[in-house]
Design a protein around this ligand. Structure first.
Ligand code: AMP
Ligand code: MG
Length: 498
């Protein structure tokens, strides 16, 4: 709950400046959110509000909660649902769009950064198809927890500003309590946004969208010899870095459809995503991903595939000559694999305490990963405890006990220690700063959500958020948040829960 002392001094409502809503009408549908019965603030992200230059006291006030619930459109907002298309599990759908979200407006934070303020679960739109436009409390709090954990890891992501219970039910397999999430993003432009206009053979809209995206995300590309190719290259760079960062903390997005791939390079659309407990590259949690398309280890290949779909949309904007255009697009995309490779390798090196790569390091890393997979080692704890082992052999038992065959660690550790001895001292602290002690483990997330949904008790949700806000610091008394699930607690499948 928000700090009640802040509600004493209610400041002004947000100042909106809605650049996307000023674009041509065919990029979106203009409509307000649909009001709900009984809005109740479940969580306000006070720190984020302050960073955005928004007044937390106003947001927590009746007028603020009415905005966050979609019951009142504040002055200066210009609510729209954005149009987009997308490849879903490889199949193209030319008409998706915000079926249950409304961009109420943009704010420019004191740091000068423009941010979208979007309500998710805010009622039907012209893009709803057969959906009800709503969201349930469980998935809303799930996105809240995981997106805020990603932010605390320092990984680019949309943020959660607030969660509001609606007082209405949403009907899925059961009747569930409804909620609205306020999502903050540096924009909601997706690969699928470009696909929407490419599918409609609307080069004018594509041009407008490209110019807008460049101005918002990559102003330097406007000065490049070929702005469209430079933009593509930038998106590829951001996606390569993003997916490497995901994988370095064991994150599986779960639904890397092109409509869930933001050109800003932020992680977007937290559905059936999950973090690895035991490491295996083929791990899939999402119950809708039957083929394992979006398995942990497939993520770089899928990101590259998504970028190729973006490239197809941009071809007519790169060059009138088809061959020349293809050549430039391929050149832009060719940066992805090496960029991902070095981000991944450098990240793994830091995770095991090494600063600059030497010959043989890739084998050392590869060997560790193979042994972890074969021995069902917990991804997060292995790296976290390696920091203790870097301080001395007294740290070894806690690492080796994570391997089904502890000897698999011992023989690797001999080689690792010899290599580590060539590094400057103080490696353990550096390792702890990149290897989180705490991740949103699936069983902890499920525990927090079921308590909120079934018992209306938000204490486990709040406690989990508190621990995850400082994931790299050991927090006394928080051991249970660091531990993997016991066999009976193990979560093997996550549901989209839309
Ligand atoms: P997602 O799986 O959340 O990325 O959503 C894919 C598409 O389905 C998007 O166009 C969403 O707006 C739409 N969608 C998902 N859930 C609903 C819902 N409950 N009502 C309307 N549209 C929805
Ligand atoms: Mg989506």
């Amino acid at each position: 709950m928000p700090d009640t002392s802040i509600t004493d001094r209610v400041g002004p409502s947000p100042v909106f400046d809605n650049s996307y809503a000023r674009l041509p009408e065919r990029l979106f549908a203009r409509l307000p959110p649909t009001p709900v019965s009984a809005p109740r603030l479940l969580r306000l992200n006070t720190a984020l509000a302050q960073r955005l230059g928004l007044d937390p006291a106003w947001l927590a006030s009746p007028a603020g909660v009415a905005m966050l619930a979609g019951n009142q459109v504040p002055p200066g907002a210009d609510p729209i649902a954005q149009a987009y298309a997308g490849h879903q599990f490889g199949h193209f759908n030319p008409g998706l769009g915000d079926g249950r979200a409304i961009l109420i407006g943009e704010v420019v934070a004191p740091d000068g950064a423009r941010r979208d303020i979007q309500l998710k679960g805010s009622g039907p739109t012209p893009f709803s198809r057969r959906g009800d436009g709503r969201a349930a409390v469980g998935p809303v709090l799930r996105e809240y927890i995981i997106s805020e954990a990603m932010a605390a890891f320092g990984i680019p992501t949309t943020r959660a500003l607030a969660a509001v219970a609606t007082g209405d039910h949403v009907f899925r397999e059961d009747a569930l309590p409804g909620a609205v999430l306020t999502r903050v993003a540096s924009s909601h432009i997706r690969v699928g946004t470009f696909q929407y206009f490419a599918a409609r053979r609307d080069p004018d809209a594509l041009r407008v969208l490209l110019d807008y995206a460049i101005a918002r995300h990559d102003p330097a590309a406007a000065e490049a010899a070929n702005p469209a190719a430079a933009f593509l290259e930038g998106v590829a760079r951001r996606q390569a870095d993003l997916v490497a960062q995901w994988m370095l903390v064991g994150f599986i997005h779960g639904v890397m459809n092109t409509d869930n791939c933001a050109v800003s390079g932020e992680t977007i659309d937290y559905g059936p995503c999950a973090f690895l407990d035991t490491y295996h590259p083929e791990t899939v949690y999402s119950s809708i991903d039957q083929q394992g398309r979006y398995a942990y280890g497939n993520q770089p290949g899928i990101a590259h595939w998504n970028l190729a779909r973006l490239a197809e949309c941009l071809l007519p904007l790169i060059d009138d000559n088809e061959e020349a255009s293809l050549e430039q697009a391929n050149a832009a995309l060719s940066g992805f694999a090496p960029r991902f490779g070095s981000a991944w390798r450098d990240g793994l090196l830091r995770k095991v305490g090494l600063t600059a790569a030497q010959d043989g390091d890739e084998d050392l890393l590869q060997d560790l990963m193979v042994r972890m997979a074969a021995n069902e080692a917990d991804f997060t704890l292995t790296f976290r405890r390696l920091a203790d082992a870097a301080e001395g052999e007294a740290g070894d038992p806690a690492v080796r006990s994570l391997f089904t065959d502890p000897a698999a660690y011992d023989s690797w550790a001999v080689v690792w220690r010899a290599r580590l001895s060539q590094e400057p001292p103080g490696r353990a602290a550096a390792m702890r700063s990149v290897n989180p002690a705490y991740i949103p483990r699936n069983h902890l997330v499920e525990e927090a959500l079921s308590s909120a949904v079934l018992r209306d008790d938000l204490t486990p949700f709040e406690d989990l958020l508190t621990v995850l806000a400082r994931p790299f610091e050991d927090q006394p008394g928080s051991d249970r948040y660091a531990l993997p699930p016991r066999p009976e607690e193990r979560v093997t499948a996550t549901f989209c829960g839309t």
